[in-house]
Design a protein around this ligand. Structure first.
Ligand SMILES: Cc1ncc(COP(=O)(O)O)c(C=O)c1O
Length: 359
């Protein structure tokens, strides 16, 4: 296998993407323009300003640069290592589009895991290969090696993993980074809730490492659709070359810039959610219908129950929606439950208690 320091990122990219001349606006081509000082007659906007905020009358190029710079500073990276996407789902999609040649390349995932890796890969026409987790949800390096070949372009690692809640061991990810011949995507959507360290600081050491994070979970901003990919500047450039020119809208950027001024409030909510998670886990363990509560580094718990389908329906009838994962690999009779507000967690426990009494 390959020394990651010798990974030729260029050789991993699809030829048509490498050869692409990306769309470029007049403002991209005139990097020294200052919005306040220019008469902007280049983009066919409504220069009278429209009915709302005049900022919204403009395409969001300059605002995007501001947000990229702020995110880079916050994460201790260069702007060239930061990609902003319409949710991290967009980053997953664009990674596949840039690196996986339809009909030829394959990508690897470790089920049970986040469903969009396989969906987006299939849309792209890339083969999806599975290197299943062991039944105890630990990773299996041999399973990864067994399905890897020279056409393996991306390995998706989700840590903490959805739906299991478990973080992948550092030694496993290091081994993968040092042996896998393609990109290693570490999806850290739930990292804020974890006791483990982020992989961001390892980006300079591993050119094949891509770290995904999102504003949808800890930041409480799922509605603005903002995700981040952090990687070697070459990888970030490929993603920027193929995204829609204005994939992040101005409202999203405004909200993200405001949120970044409130990091402490976010940290407090994360601490509260973690505390609630432990309380809920302990309470669930006392219920006869709950056979197992898996340890979680995320803002949800995976539980094994006596009859997941029936419990799922009963909860739904009481207006409580959880995620039924019964059909996922190694997850028979499992439900995934997001940590709610304290009152919601109490409602859930009361409903489960009722279920125990009547079953
Ligand atoms: C592991 C994982 N990655 C990515 C996402 C998508 O996040 P976003 O809202 O940023 O597209 C989710 C959403 O549930 C997720 O569970």
């Amino acid at each position: 296998m390959m020394d990651p320091m010798n990974v030729s990122l260029e050789s991993l990219v699809r030829t048509n993407i490498l050869q692409l001349s990306p769309y470029s606006s007049a403002r991209d081509e005139s990097p020294d323009w200052m919005p306040e000082q220019r008469v902007m007659l280049d983009a066919n906007e409504n220069n009278l300003g429209g009915p709302l905020d005049p900022v919204l009358a403009r395409y969001p190029g300059n605002l995007r640069n501001q947000l990229t710079a702020q995110v880079a500073q916050w994460k201790g990276l260069e702007t060239s290592q930061v990609f902003l996407g319409n949710g991290s789902d967009e980053a997953i999609d664009l990674l596949l589009r840039a690196f996986a040649e339809p009909g030829r390349d394959n990508v690897i995932q470790m089920p049970p895991t986040y469903g969009m890796y396989a969906v987006q890969a299939k849309i792209q026409g890339a083969e999806v290969r599975n290197a299943p987790l062991n039944p105890d949800f630990r990773p299996n390096p041999k399973a990864v090696a067994a399905v890897t070949d020279q056409h393996s372009k991306i390995l998706f690692l989700c840590s903490p993993n959805n739906p299991t809640g478990a973080s992948l061991p550092e030694s496993f990810i290091t081994e993968i980074l040092e042996t896998f011949p393609g990109l290693v995507v570490v999806d850290e959507a739930y990292q804020d809730f974890s006791k483990e360290k982020s992989w961001l600081s390892r980006i300079p050491a591993y050119p094949n490492l891509v770290v995904l994070q999102t504003f949808s979970k800890a930041w409480g901003l799922a509605g603005i659709r903002l995700g981040m990919a952090f990687a070697h500047p070459f990888v970030v450039r490929q993603l920027n070359n193929i995204r829609y020119p204005y994939n992040i809208n101005s409202l999203t950027i405004q909200h993200a810039l405001s949120a970044l001024k409130q990091k402490e409030e976010v940290a407090q909510q994360v601490a509260q959610i973690r505390e609630e998670r432990e309380k809920l886990a302990e309470a669930l363990k006392t219920l006869p219908t709950v056979l197992e509560v898996y340890p979680s580094d995320a803002n949800f718990l995976l539980i094994r129950v006596k009859d997941a389908d029936s419990l799922y329906r009963q909860l739904a009838l009481q207006g409580i929606l959880v995620r039924n994962r019964h059909k996922e690999l190694h997850c028979s009779q499992c439900l995934r439950i997001t940590i709610g507000k304290p009152s919601e967690n109490q409602q859930l426990l009361a409903a489960l208690h009722q279920f125990d009494i009547h079953s």
